[in-house]
Design a protein. Structure first.
Length: 150
């Protein structure tokens, strides 16, 4: 009888963890949908203090600064570029903080330096926090995966 009670006590927690993982995954996927669309729509997947680090080392602090930058690059050299997630690994640091590591492939583009790139492998790390009942991206850092030497 005790085994049944103990087993039953773990099921609600398991369901909650599964729901949280799905919610974090949904937020990360919303980011990639916005990326593919050029960040033209209102953003409801990030915190007001979103901290964004791009693969060139640029840093934006706050949602307004981040959106200004990503919208600018998506109207210039990243116009029409897509970034397709291949794997989304989610780990929970606590009940209200998750880290999502995403490997993806970005479609070809010509960089601001005039050099043609792509398709390129990317790895992006997101810190996703639970604020109230919602999971939101608080920080992301994107890195281009270097090709192995020939």
């Amino acid at each position: 009888m005790k085994a049944i009670i103990v087993f039953g006590m773990f099921l609600p927690g398991l369901a909650l963890a599964t729901d949280d993982e799905a919610a974090v995954r949904h937020v990360v996927q919303a980011f990639y949908m916005a990326f593919d669309e050029g960040f033209v729509k209102p953003v409801d997947f990030a915190t007001d203090d979103w901290y964004h680090i791009n693969p060139f080392g640029g840093i934006d602090r706050g949602i307004e600064a981040t959106l200004k930058t990503v919208r600018e690059v998506h109207t210039t050299f990243l116009k029409g570029v897509t970034d397709t997630p291949e794997d989304i690994a989610i780990r929970f640091a606590s009940g209200d903080v998750a880290v999502a590591t995403v490997t993806s492939t970005m479609s070809p583009y010509t960089g601001p330096d005039g050099v043609k790139k792509g398709p390129q492998k990317q790895v992006r790390t997101f810190i996703v926090v639970k604020r109230g009942e919602r999971w939101l991206i608080m920080q992301d850092h994107n890195t281009t995966v270097a090709s192995p030497p020939a």
